[in-house]
Ligand binder design. Structure first.
Ligand SMILES: [Zn+2]
Length: 342
Protein backbone atom coordinates (compact mmCIF):
# COMPACT_ATOMS: atom_id res chain seq x y z
CA UNK A 1 0.00 0.00 0.00
CA UNK A 2 1.36 3.42 -0.93
CA UNK A 3 1.67 6.23 1.56
CA UNK A 4 -1.21 8.12 -0.05
CA UNK A 5 -3.65 5.19 -0.09
CA UNK A 6 -2.76 4.52 3.54
CA UNK A 7 -3.61 8.13 4.35
CA UNK A 8 -6.98 7.75 2.62
CA UNK A 9 -7.82 4.77 4.79
CA UNK A 10 -7.03 6.63 8.00
CA UNK A 11 -9.79 8.22 10.02
CA UNK A 12 -9.55 11.42 7.98
CA UNK A 13 -11.48 9.79 5.16
CA UNK A 14 -13.83 12.29 3.66
CA UNK A 15 -15.52 12.83 0.32
CA UNK A 16 -18.25 15.12 -0.96
CA UNK A 17 -21.47 13.39 -1.97
CA UNK A 18 -23.94 15.05 -4.33
CA UNK A 19 -27.44 13.82 -5.17
CA UNK A 20 -29.04 15.28 -8.28
CA UNK A 21 -32.81 15.23 -8.00
CA UNK A 22 -35.51 16.46 -10.33
CA UNK A 23 -36.24 19.54 -8.20
CA UNK A 24 -33.15 19.95 -6.02
CA UNK A 25 -29.46 19.15 -5.83
CA UNK A 26 -28.28 18.03 -2.37
CA UNK A 27 -24.67 17.90 -1.24
CA UNK A 28 -22.66 17.24 1.90
CA UNK A 29 -19.32 16.11 3.22
CA UNK A 30 -19.52 12.43 4.13
CA UNK A 31 -17.31 11.01 6.84
CA UNK A 32 -16.58 7.44 5.89
CA UNK A 33 -14.80 6.53 9.10
CA UNK A 34 -15.39 3.04 10.54
CA UNK A 35 -18.99 2.74 11.64
CA UNK A 36 -20.30 2.01 15.09
CA UNK A 37 -23.62 0.40 16.13
CA UNK A 38 -25.44 3.57 17.15
CA UNK A 39 -24.44 5.59 14.12
CA UNK A 40 -27.07 7.34 12.07
CA UNK A 41 -27.06 9.63 9.05
CA UNK A 42 -26.42 12.73 11.14
CA UNK A 43 -23.14 11.21 12.34
CA UNK A 44 -21.68 10.79 8.88
CA UNK A 45 -23.03 13.83 7.02
CA UNK A 46 -21.54 17.32 7.50
CA UNK A 47 -22.47 20.70 6.02
CA UNK A 48 -25.59 19.52 4.16
CA UNK A 49 -26.69 22.03 1.53
CA UNK A 50 -29.30 22.00 -1.22
CA UNK A 51 -30.16 24.15 -4.21
CA UNK A 52 -32.96 24.09 -6.78
CA UNK A 53 -31.95 21.96 -9.74
CA UNK A 54 -30.82 24.34 -12.51
CA UNK A 55 -32.56 24.08 -15.85
CA UNK A 56 -29.62 24.22 -18.26
CA UNK A 57 -26.17 22.58 -18.47
CA UNK A 58 -24.14 25.78 -17.89
CA UNK A 59 -25.96 26.73 -14.67
CA UNK A 60 -25.93 23.10 -13.56
CA UNK A 61 -22.14 22.76 -13.83
CA UNK A 62 -21.67 26.15 -12.17
CA UNK A 63 -23.92 25.13 -9.25
CA UNK A 64 -22.11 21.83 -8.74
CA UNK A 65 -18.74 23.58 -8.88
CA UNK A 66 -19.84 26.16 -6.29
CA UNK A 67 -21.19 23.45 -3.99
CA UNK A 68 -17.96 21.46 -4.21
CA UNK A 69 -15.84 24.53 -3.51
CA UNK A 70 -18.03 25.56 -0.56
CA UNK A 71 -17.88 22.09 0.99
CA UNK A 72 -14.13 21.72 0.34
CA UNK A 73 -13.45 24.84 2.37
CA UNK A 74 -16.16 24.36 4.99
CA UNK A 75 -15.38 26.20 8.18
CA UNK A 76 -14.58 23.80 10.98
CA UNK A 77 -14.05 20.97 8.54
CA UNK A 78 -10.54 19.97 9.48
CA UNK A 79 -10.51 16.85 7.35
CA UNK A 80 -9.31 17.01 3.79
CA UNK A 81 -11.76 16.33 0.97
CA UNK A 82 -10.17 13.83 -1.43
CA UNK A 83 -12.96 13.01 -3.91
CA UNK A 84 -16.45 13.86 -5.16
CA UNK A 85 -19.24 11.32 -5.75
CA UNK A 86 -22.33 12.15 -7.78
CA UNK A 87 -25.63 10.25 -7.69
CA UNK A 88 -27.88 10.95 -10.66
CA UNK A 89 -30.94 9.64 -12.43
CA UNK A 90 -30.27 7.73 -15.62
CA UNK A 91 -28.21 4.81 -16.81
CA UNK A 92 -24.65 5.56 -15.73
CA UNK A 93 -21.35 4.02 -16.82
CA UNK A 94 -19.47 4.23 -13.51
CA UNK A 95 -16.08 3.51 -15.10
CA UNK A 96 -16.28 6.37 -17.58
CA UNK A 97 -18.40 8.50 -15.25
CA UNK A 98 -20.82 9.15 -18.07
CA UNK A 99 -24.60 9.18 -18.37
CA UNK A 100 -25.75 6.75 -21.03
CA UNK A 101 -29.52 6.91 -21.03
CA UNK A 102 -32.85 8.28 -19.87
CA UNK A 103 -32.59 10.88 -17.13
CA UNK A 104 -36.28 11.22 -16.38
CA UNK A 105 -37.27 14.77 -15.60
CA UNK A 106 -33.78 16.28 -16.05
CA UNK A 107 -33.44 15.94 -19.85
CA UNK A 108 -30.52 18.40 -20.21
CA UNK A 109 -28.22 15.92 -18.44
CA UNK A 110 -27.97 14.09 -21.76
CA UNK A 111 -26.17 17.16 -23.14
CA UNK A 112 -23.47 16.82 -20.48
CA UNK A 113 -23.22 13.06 -20.46
CA UNK A 114 -19.45 13.16 -19.84
CA UNK A 115 -20.13 14.47 -16.35
CA UNK A 116 -16.96 13.13 -14.71
CA UNK A 117 -14.64 14.70 -17.29
CA UNK A 118 -16.53 18.00 -17.31
CA UNK A 119 -16.52 18.40 -13.54
CA UNK A 120 -12.91 17.29 -13.11
CA UNK A 121 -11.93 20.10 -15.48
CA UNK A 122 -13.55 22.58 -13.06
CA UNK A 123 -12.54 21.20 -9.64
CA UNK A 124 -9.20 19.74 -8.68
CA UNK A 125 -10.68 16.52 -7.29
CA UNK A 126 -11.41 13.09 -8.77
CA UNK A 127 -15.12 12.65 -9.55
CA UNK A 128 -17.18 9.47 -9.73
CA UNK A 129 -20.74 9.18 -11.06
CA UNK A 130 -23.30 6.52 -10.19
CA UNK A 131 -27.00 5.88 -10.80
CA UNK A 132 -29.00 7.31 -7.89
CA UNK A 133 -30.79 4.08 -6.92
CA UNK A 134 -27.49 2.19 -6.94
CA UNK A 135 -25.85 4.93 -4.88
CA UNK A 136 -28.70 4.83 -2.33
CA UNK A 137 -28.30 1.05 -1.98
CA UNK A 138 -24.56 1.51 -1.49
CA UNK A 139 -25.16 4.19 1.13
CA UNK A 140 -27.45 1.91 3.13
CA UNK A 141 -24.92 -0.91 2.71
CA UNK A 142 -22.01 1.18 4.01
CA UNK A 143 -23.61 3.30 6.72
CA UNK A 144 -27.32 2.53 6.93
CA UNK A 145 -29.60 -0.47 7.44
CA UNK A 146 -27.31 -2.85 5.56
CA UNK A 147 -24.12 -2.38 7.52
CA UNK A 148 -22.24 -5.61 8.05
CA UNK A 149 -23.86 -7.64 5.26
CA UNK A 150 -22.17 -8.48 1.95
CA UNK A 151 -25.30 -9.28 -0.10
CA UNK A 152 -28.10 -6.76 -0.07
CA UNK A 153 -31.12 -5.78 -2.12
CA UNK A 154 -32.56 -2.32 -1.64
CA UNK A 155 -35.91 -1.33 -3.05
CA UNK A 156 -37.40 2.16 -3.04
CA UNK A 157 -41.17 2.33 -2.97
CA UNK A 158 -42.43 5.67 -4.25
CA UNK A 159 -44.28 6.81 -7.35
CA UNK A 160 -42.38 3.94 -8.99
CA UNK A 161 -40.23 1.11 -7.66
CA UNK A 162 -36.45 1.41 -7.88
CA UNK A 163 -33.68 -0.82 -6.71
CA UNK A 164 -30.01 -1.46 -6.15
CA UNK A 165 -28.24 -4.79 -5.74
CA UNK A 166 -25.01 -5.52 -3.88
CA UNK A 167 -23.57 -9.01 -4.18
CA UNK A 168 -20.21 -10.01 -2.71
CA UNK A 169 -19.87 -6.40 -1.48
CA UNK A 170 -20.00 -5.06 -5.06
CA UNK A 171 -22.73 -3.08 -6.79
CA UNK A 172 -24.23 -5.08 -9.65
CA UNK A 173 -24.18 -3.01 -12.87
CA UNK A 174 -24.80 -5.57 -15.63
CA UNK A 175 -23.55 -5.63 -19.19
CA UNK A 176 -25.15 -2.34 -20.14
CA UNK A 177 -24.95 -0.58 -16.74
CA UNK A 178 -28.71 -1.01 -16.46
CA UNK A 179 -29.07 -3.83 -13.91
CA UNK A 180 -31.37 -3.69 -10.88
CA UNK A 181 -34.42 -2.32 -12.68
CA UNK A 182 -36.38 -4.41 -10.21
CA UNK A 183 -39.60 -2.43 -10.69
CA UNK A 184 -39.94 -3.90 -14.17
CA UNK A 185 -39.96 -7.60 -13.40
CA UNK A 186 -43.31 -8.99 -14.53
CA UNK A 187 -45.66 -10.10 -11.75
CA UNK A 188 -48.82 -10.46 -13.86
CA UNK A 189 -49.60 -12.24 -17.12
CA UNK A 190 -52.72 -10.15 -17.66
CA UNK A 191 -53.00 -6.92 -19.62
CA UNK A 192 -54.60 -5.25 -16.65
CA UNK A 193 -51.97 -2.62 -15.82
CA UNK A 194 -49.68 -0.83 -18.24
CA UNK A 195 -46.34 0.24 -16.75
CA UNK A 196 -44.56 3.55 -17.36
CA UNK A 197 -41.92 1.54 -19.30
CA UNK A 198 -44.53 0.53 -21.90
CA UNK A 199 -44.85 -3.13 -20.81
CA UNK A 200 -47.77 -4.86 -19.12
CA UNK A 201 -47.81 -6.35 -15.64
CA UNK A 202 -44.61 -4.87 -14.18
CA UNK A 203 -44.15 -5.08 -10.40
CA UNK A 204 -43.97 -1.28 -10.26
CA UNK A 205 -47.58 -1.04 -11.50
CA UNK A 206 -48.65 -2.94 -8.35
CA UNK A 207 -46.12 -2.29 -5.58
CA UNK A 208 -45.61 1.48 -6.00
CA UNK A 209 -47.78 4.20 -4.50
CA UNK A 210 -49.37 4.51 -7.92
CA UNK A 211 -50.02 0.77 -7.85
CA UNK A 212 -51.69 1.07 -4.45
CA UNK A 213 -54.09 3.70 -5.84
CA UNK A 214 -54.88 1.45 -8.83
CA UNK A 215 -55.60 -1.45 -6.46
CA UNK A 216 -57.90 0.84 -4.47
CA UNK A 217 -59.81 1.84 -7.59
CA UNK A 218 -60.11 -1.78 -8.66
CA UNK A 219 -61.38 -3.00 -5.26
CA UNK A 220 -63.78 -0.09 -4.89
CA UNK A 221 -65.30 -1.00 -8.25
CA UNK A 222 -65.54 -4.69 -7.34
CA UNK A 223 -67.03 -4.20 -3.87
CA UNK A 224 -70.82 -3.86 -3.56
CA UNK A 225 -71.97 -1.14 -1.16
CA UNK A 226 -68.57 0.57 -1.00
CA UNK A 227 -70.27 3.92 -0.48
CA UNK A 228 -69.09 4.26 3.12
CA UNK A 229 -65.49 3.57 2.09
CA UNK A 230 -65.73 6.09 -0.73
CA UNK A 231 -66.97 8.69 1.71
CA UNK A 232 -64.18 7.77 4.12
CA UNK A 233 -61.68 8.25 1.29
CA UNK A 234 -63.30 11.60 0.53
CA UNK A 235 -63.90 10.66 -3.05
CA UNK A 236 -67.03 10.10 -5.10
CA UNK A 237 -65.12 9.46 -8.28
CA UNK A 238 -63.42 6.08 -7.91
CA UNK A 239 -60.94 6.87 -10.67
CA UNK A 240 -59.60 9.77 -8.64
CA UNK A 241 -58.96 7.91 -5.38
CA UNK A 242 -55.30 8.42 -4.51
CA UNK A 243 -52.72 6.81 -2.24
CA UNK A 244 -53.02 9.46 0.44
CA UNK A 245 -56.80 9.03 0.73
CA UNK A 246 -56.51 5.24 1.06
CA UNK A 247 -53.90 5.51 3.80
CA UNK A 248 -55.94 8.09 5.73
CA UNK A 249 -59.06 5.91 5.52
CA UNK A 250 -57.06 2.88 6.69
CA UNK A 251 -55.72 4.85 9.63
CA UNK A 252 -59.33 5.64 10.54
CA UNK A 253 -60.18 1.94 10.44
CA UNK A 254 -62.13 1.65 7.18
CA UNK A 255 -62.27 -2.13 6.46
CA UNK A 256 -61.99 -1.78 2.68
CA UNK A 257 -59.01 0.60 2.95
CA UNK A 258 -57.33 -1.90 5.29
CA UNK A 259 -57.99 -4.65 2.75
CA UNK A 260 -56.47 -2.51 -0.01
CA UNK A 261 -53.31 -2.02 2.09
CA UNK A 262 -53.21 -5.74 2.77
CA UNK A 263 -53.39 -6.54 -0.96
CA UNK A 264 -50.63 -3.95 -1.57
CA UNK A 265 -48.40 -5.84 0.89
CA UNK A 266 -49.10 -9.06 -1.05
CA UNK A 267 -48.12 -7.30 -4.26
CA UNK A 268 -44.84 -6.10 -2.75
CA UNK A 269 -44.13 -9.57 -1.34
CA UNK A 270 -44.76 -11.24 -4.71
CA UNK A 271 -41.87 -9.34 -6.32
CA UNK A 272 -39.61 -9.65 -3.31
CA UNK A 273 -40.11 -13.42 -3.11
CA UNK A 274 -38.99 -13.82 -6.73
CA UNK A 275 -36.01 -11.51 -6.20
CA UNK A 276 -34.92 -13.53 -3.16
CA UNK A 277 -34.97 -16.72 -5.22
CA UNK A 278 -32.76 -15.10 -7.87
CA UNK A 279 -30.36 -13.05 -5.73
CA UNK A 280 -30.22 -14.76 -2.32
CA UNK A 281 -29.68 -11.47 -0.46
CA UNK A 282 -28.80 -11.52 3.22
CA UNK A 283 -30.90 -8.42 3.84
CA UNK A 284 -33.58 -6.49 1.98
CA UNK A 285 -33.72 -2.76 2.74
CA UNK A 286 -36.99 -0.95 2.06
CA UNK A 287 -36.83 2.79 1.40
CA UNK A 288 -38.72 5.49 -0.48
CA UNK A 289 -41.69 7.70 0.29
CA UNK A 290 -44.09 4.76 0.71
CA UNK A 291 -41.84 2.86 3.14
CA UNK A 292 -43.43 4.43 6.26
CA UNK A 293 -46.74 2.77 5.31
CA UNK A 294 -45.23 -0.71 5.18
CA UNK A 295 -46.00 -3.08 8.05
CA UNK A 296 -42.55 -4.64 8.18
CA UNK A 297 -43.53 -7.67 10.23
CA UNK A 298 -46.41 -8.53 7.89
CA UNK A 299 -44.34 -7.91 4.77
CA UNK A 300 -41.51 -10.09 6.09
CA UNK A 301 -43.96 -12.93 6.69
CA UNK A 302 -45.65 -12.61 3.28
CA UNK A 303 -42.31 -12.33 1.48
CA UNK A 304 -40.73 -15.35 3.10
CA UNK A 305 -43.86 -17.40 2.36
CA UNK A 306 -43.11 -16.75 -1.32
CA UNK A 307 -39.38 -17.54 -1.24
CA UNK A 308 -37.71 -20.95 -1.38
CA UNK A 309 -34.69 -19.86 0.66
CA UNK A 310 -34.36 -19.58 4.44
CA UNK A 311 -36.04 -16.50 5.97
CA UNK A 312 -34.57 -13.20 4.81
CA UNK A 313 -34.30 -10.18 7.05
CA UNK A 314 -36.30 -7.15 5.85
CA UNK A 315 -35.30 -3.75 7.27
CA UNK A 316 -36.45 -0.18 6.78
CA UNK A 317 -33.86 2.18 5.27
CA UNK A 318 -32.07 4.39 7.78
CA UNK A 319 -30.48 7.18 5.76
CA UNK A 320 -33.63 8.70 4.24
CA UNK A 321 -32.89 11.33 1.60
CA UNK A 322 -29.18 11.18 2.42
CA UNK A 323 -28.70 7.62 1.16
CA UNK A 324 -27.77 8.60 -2.41
CA UNK A 325 -25.14 11.17 -1.50
CA UNK A 326 -23.68 8.96 1.25
CA UNK A 327 -23.35 6.05 -1.19
CA UNK A 328 -21.91 8.27 -3.93
CA UNK A 329 -19.31 9.65 -1.52
CA UNK A 330 -18.25 6.16 -0.45
CA UNK A 331 -17.87 5.08 -4.06
CA UNK A 332 -15.78 8.19 -4.79
CA UNK A 333 -13.53 7.57 -1.83
CA UNK A 334 -13.02 3.92 -2.73
CA UNK A 335 -12.18 4.88 -6.32
CA UNK A 336 -9.64 7.40 -4.99
CA UNK A 337 -8.03 4.70 -2.84
CA UNK A 338 -7.74 2.37 -5.83
CA UNK A 339 -6.31 5.16 -8.00
CA UNK A 340 -3.70 6.00 -5.35
CA UNK A 341 -2.44 2.39 -5.46
CA UNK A 342 -1.80 2.46 -9.21
ZN1 LIG B 1 -42.20 -1.54 -16.39
Amino acid sequence: MTQSSKALLDNNRIAIGIDIGGTKVSAARVIAAPTHPGQNAADCVQGFIKQPTPTNPEDFLATLTQMIQALSTLEGGAMEVVAVGIATAGIVDPVAGSILGSTGNIPFLRQISQLKTLLESKVSLPVTVENDANAAAYGEYKQGAGRGVSDLLMITLGTGVGGGIILNSQLVHGGHCAAAEVGHIAVSMSRERLCTCGKWGCWEAYASGTGLALTAQSLLRATPNATASRVMMGQNNILEVNTHQVIEAAEEGDPLALKILSVWHEHIATGLGSLINVLDPGVIVIGGGMAPFVNLERLTQLTNERAMLPPVDLRLAQLGNHAGLVGAAHLALEAAVVASRV
